[in-house]
Design a protein. Structure first.
Ligand SMILES: [Fe+2]
Ligand SMILES: [Fe+2]
Length: 134
């Protein structure tokens, strides 16, 4: 599985889906993942919190667009978001309390894998739907 920084390098070929807003947000998401992964000491918790805030807005934007376009798979897509936010919230709280090791491992090992699958399946299906809606 590629790291978030490798995913950013191959963004255009692998993750761009032709929706300017989704693509922009996804690039920012990966940039924030890289920034948190590279942070040392107390900066880690701050950057993890910034990633969490961005991810909440990222998912809320997609869900608003699903709602506005009567997207049939909204329930499944939203459940996938909620699941991730639950994990991210827990690790964010641990990191904020000075227990960063597990948050760091999750950020490096699980989150890139989650994004890779989610972007290439659910978000790309959403982008196709939005394009068809014109
Ligand atoms: Fe997304
Ligand atoms: Fe999504």
């Amino acid at each position: 599985m590629p790291t978030s920084s490798e995913m950013l390098e191959q963004f255009e070929a692998t993750y761009a889906m032709g929706d300017a807003s989704i693509d922009h947000t996804h690039r920012e998401f990966l940039e924030l993942c890289v920034a948190a992964a590279q942070a040392q000491g107390a900066a880690f918790a701050e950057r993890f919190a910034a990633l969490f805030a961005h991810t909440q807005a990222h998912f809320a934007d997609e869900e608003a667009r699903m709602q506005a376009s009567a997207y049939p798979a909204i329930g499944e897509h939203r459940a996938h978001h909620q699941n991730l936010l639950g994990d991210m919230d827990r690790f964010c709280q641990r990191a904020g309390a000075g227990r960063s090791a597990m948050a760091r491992a999750w950020l490096n090992d699980s989150l890139p894998q989650w994004f890779d699958l989610h972007a290439r399946t659910m978000d790309s299906a959403l982008a196709v739907h939005l394009r068809q809606q014109g």
